[in-house]
Design a protein around this ligand. Sequence first.
Ligand SMILES: [Fe+2]
Length: 364
Amino acid sequence: MGKRIPWSRAEKIRVENLLNDGYSYSAAAKIINYEFHDDDEIRKYHGVRGQARFNHINVNPDRYAKVKVTKNQVPEFTRQEIPAELQPVEDLIAERIRKYEIKSAHKSIDCVDVKINLDGPIGVAHFGDPHVDDDGTDLSHLFHCVDIIKNTPGMLAGNVGDVQNNWIGRLQRLYGEQSTSAQESWQITSHFVKMVPWLYLIAGNHDCWSGAGDPLEWICGQGQYTKHGSRMQLKFPNKRTVTINARHQWSGNSQWNTAHAIAKAAQMGWDDHVLVGGHTHVSGYQVIRNPKSSRISHCLQVASFKIHDRYAEEKGLQDKNIFNCPVTIIDPDASSEKNLVHVIFDPEEAADYLTWKRQKAGCD
Ligand SMILES: [Fe+2]
């Protein structure tokens, strides 16, 4: 390494003037070398930059040398001004602040209020991953469940996601393994989601593959169709409240307990009456009591309507599909917490039970 040559006072003043005049670090170094060091390469980019930082010199961000002036003190040339492609930075910042406010207002609703205007017990049928376009999906059972909801007073519905396969990217090859075309998939999907007014309708990972321009968002309406999950507080006419926390996927896994991820969430802070999820295409159910709040949480892992699953066959996954449309019967007049929510795995049985409960309560 060569001997370090200290900056002289004259050099420091000169480099400050050069930088203030808009010369780049490299250009200033060249001039200093020319004027003070017989054009030897003594001063370099980093040395000049160090001087600028050490002496707090405001460096002109424009690294191009300024246009020289003629003897008449006018620029040697002028270029036509081209209108900027981007908006002024002040406008951009104001716009970004507005965007953040809109996003924050949206995110601030961590629990959606749902006012129930029905007296007496209600039922909420939780549809597991429908995958309506898959050849292995039991569509007749799916639409039978829809009919039950439509024809049963007090029965509402939610969907935990993956309405269709929606193959994208490399997975588009899988359209070759199903007889439903992409167009037909959207035809059935659009028809299905319009059949009932959804208490919640969640976008699963397959739905989210549509990206920012997800057609379901425009078919169902923003706010109605939510990505990944939705938490709701049902407010009954008698002032009782029941919370439902629905997500496509809950974090965690256990080979011994199919409802582990959801039960874990209930035990780690989500103090809700009903926690429900899909994604894994298996069923599971666990009941948790919160010792502090005395809340009883019903944790439901819902299987899929895709009964014959190529992926499960390929991986040798066991069939653990017990139910794919369980119903939570909620009785706001229940005398105790343990009778507030009942889970029935079969929507047909649930419809009978709900009808009986509502008649007994004098509602229908
Ligand atoms: Fe799925």
